[in-house]
Design a protein around this ligand. Structure first.
Ligand code: ADP
Ligand code: MG
Length: 165
């Protein structure tokens, strides 16, 4: 790990998410996702940045908004139905989870230098590892199509600042 550990200024209540947003994907235009969904990714990124700052996690804004963009873009491009994003602080980690109802799996690839796509998940995995976190994906538990793609980023909690909130 070669990144300084971010310190939480405000303690989010354990039962409260740093971020929790759900949206329904618009109908596809043929194979292409609807432009409205791409706009939604940008809105989610800005909400994520604001929520991170509110919780005293400004040092994470750059990396986590990139992670949020990549995971949500994948959900918009390949998912269907409902997309859900949550960020929650849990036992020393910020956990980011993106869920969609589409079939298929999120698999990081190793693109060659001139491939124009296929880097998003590899970038997420690298950012998370540099911060000492983890990533993973799992199928929905009810047997229907859909998956959760998650990652964790370690944070420490400034108990003194948190106790004044
Ligand atoms: N939410 C998802 N649903 C289905 N497949 C996914 C999802 N996210 C990623 N994948 C699969 O993992 C691959 C790697 O994703 P990524 O590294 O973001 O590359 P890219 O999006 O440029 O293809 C994708 O090409 C796709 O096959
Ligand atoms: Mg991608």
């Amino acid at each position: 790990m070669n990144q300084p550990m971010p310190v939480l200024k405000h303690a989010p209540r354990p039962d409260r998410d740093v971020m929790a947003e759900t949206f329904k994907l618009s109908s596809r235009l043929g194979a292409q996702p609807h432009p409205e969904d791409a706009v939604r990714v940008g809105i989610m990124r800005r909400i994520a940045a604001a929520r991170l700052r509110y919780h005293g996690l400004s040092p994470l804004v750059e990396d986590v908004t990139l992670i949020v963009s990549e995971l949500l873009t994948n959900a918009v491009q390949r998912g269907k139905g409902t997309v859900n994003i949550t960020m929650r602080v849990d036992v020393g980690d910020l956990r980011i989870t993106v869920t969609d109802d589409g079939a298929g799996r999120a698999i990081p690839s190793a693109p060659s230098a001139d491939d124009e796509s296929g880097r998003g998940l590899s970038i997420v995995v690298q950012l998370v590892r540099e911060r000492g976190g983890e990533w993973g994906t799992k199928h929905r538990s009810d047997g229907k199509d859909g998956k959760h793609v998650w990652c964790t980023v370690p944070v420490t909690h400034n108990a003194q600042a948190g106790s004044t909130e």
